[in-house]
Write a protein that binds this ligand. Structure first.
Ligand code: PLP
Length: 447
């Protein structure tokens, strides 16, 4: 495949951030609590995969606002749904009262789960709350307390989710003690094997450590309620586990009566070319946590559990105020329809094109250690070419230089640039992203 040398790139803006953006950044710093913004993008408006800032600069968005905008910015169908729903009703406490949008959206979501039936939905407002609900349900129905997560995992910032998260020490520093009974083990990462073996000869031995080490030294399996796993580790570096890893995890869970919770907050809703990333391995989890792409930009999440588990929650055992909000559910329904009808297939085909184009850049830039991903969830890991060690500073510099070259990307893991664009990305936009990255790399590796 060619990475289209003919893509016309617009001029790099003379001054970034522009005067209006600088003005907003100053105002922001006075009233907003510090959050660690990555670069000074101040959005004015957006459409599809394009974003314009308050100074009129245009950017190609490879972030989707952290893997959220499945249907792209301001998709006309979702804009219409919002306009229609907002004039009927927005909120009427879904945990206390019934409404059609929440039922219709749950029906759609269940129809997109394995088997298309036998699941029940609990609505949340975010990913972290979907994980909280999943952990609480797992403890509730098993009567067990312990939860196993993975090094590198990110599941959110509230206490339960944070306890299973093991992504960056900064996220936990100052917040201990966390939830007792949470343990971590190695995520299968064949590019940097945590136990220095080679796949496939190893038989995914890193997962054997759950039974051979954790269960023999740290927690009896009979006290483990759930294993929580991202089918593709997101914040940890867009790590795609080797084939068979999720099957092996499912088998370990089954052997010990442990529930398998798949965190699909970042990898779900068609992003990898299938509705759920776990489908690439043909496994069926017990509980799925979803958010991000689900609301197409409106805040909604969901815990989807096998019905026989969800039904065991006594009324009032768990709840919230905004779950089942009419507006977010109406949009969620249409996002799911769009994903099913066209976006998932587009993520697979344009994702394969983008992956191949980024992989082709490896021949030109030895600083690219590996390009990996599925669909439109792609990571480019940067290394110091002679030693092969992750080059965090280079990845950071590339992200900053990309912004100056009208390309919005984010980092993840130690030294990875992630591409998680809206699922409406076209082949031409993928080519533009590759070409802009080439331009950025040329600047960064020569400076
Ligand atoms: C895999 C995963 N789980 C959970 C979360 C938390 O979601 P939220 O920020 O909506 O609470 C994130 C956020 O990045 C995520 O990537």
């Amino acid at each position: 495949m060619s990475t289209s040398q003919t893509v016309e790139l617009s001029e790099r803006p003379a001054e970034l951030p522009g005067p209006k953006a600088r003005h907003f950044v100053e105002r922001d710093q006075r009233v907003m609590a510090p959050m660690g913004r990555v670069y000074p993008l101040v959005i004015d408006h957006a459409l599809g995969c394009e974003v314009w800032d308050v100074d009129g600069h245009r950017y190609l968005d490879m972030t989707s606002g952290i893997a959220v905008l499945a249907a792209g910015h301001c998709h006309p169908r979702l804009v219409k749904t919002i306009q229609d729903q907002v004039t009927r009703f927005t909120h009427m406490a879904g945990t206390d009262f019934y409404n059609e949008p929440m039922i219709k959206a749950a029906e759609k979501l269940v129809s997109l789960m394995p088997g298309g039936a036998g699941w029940q939905v609990f609505y949340t407002n975010s990913g972290t709350e979907a994980i909280e609900a999943s952990i609480k349900l797992a403890r509730y129905v098993t009567g067990r307390q312990n939860i196993i997560g993975f090094y590198g995992a990110f599941h959110g910032r509230s206490y339960g989710s944070l306890s299973v998260t093991a992504s960056k020490p900064r996220q936990r520093e100052g917040f201990f003690p966390l939830l007792p009974g949470t343990f971590h083990t190695y995520y299968p990462n064949c590019y940097r094997c945590p136990i220095n073996l080679t796949h496939p000869a190893c038989g995914i031995a890193c997962l054997d450590l759950i039974e051979e080490t954790l269960f023999r030294t740290t927690t009896p399996p009979s006290e483990v309620a759930a294993i929580v796993v991202e089918p593709i580790q997101g914040e940890g570096g867009y790590l795609v586990p080797p084939e068979g890893a999720l099957v092996k995890l499912r088998e370990i869970c089954d052997r010990h009566g442990i529930l398998l919770i798949c965190d699909e907050v970042q990898s779900g809703i068609g992003r990898t070319g299938k509705m759920w990333a776990f489908e690439h391995e043909g496994i069926v989890p017990d509980i799925v946590a979803s958010a991000k792409g689900l609301g197409g930009g409106l805040p909604i999440g969901a815990m989807i559990a096998r019905a026989e588990l969800a039904q065991r929650w006594l009324p009032g055992a768990h709840g919230n105020t905004y779950g089942g909000n009419g507006l977010t559910c109406a949009v969620m329904h249409d996002v799911l329809s769009l994903v099913e009808e066209e976006l998932m297939a587009n993520a697979a085909t344009v994702g394969a094109h983008l992956l191949a184009g980024l992989q082709a850049l490896q021949a030109e830039f030895p600083q690219i250690g590996v390009v990996r991903g599925r669909g439109l969830m792609i990571g480019v890991e940067f290394i110091e070419p002679t030693s092969g060690v992750p080059d965090h500073d280079l990845a950071e510099a590339i992200m900053q230089e990309a912004f100056l070259n009208n390309l919005l990307v984010l980092t993840c893991g130690a030294s990875t640039i992630r591409f998680c664009p809206p699922l409406v990305l076209t082949h031409a936009e993928a080519d533009e992203a590759i070409e802009r990255l080439r331009q950025v790399l040329t600047i960064c590796v020569r400076s």
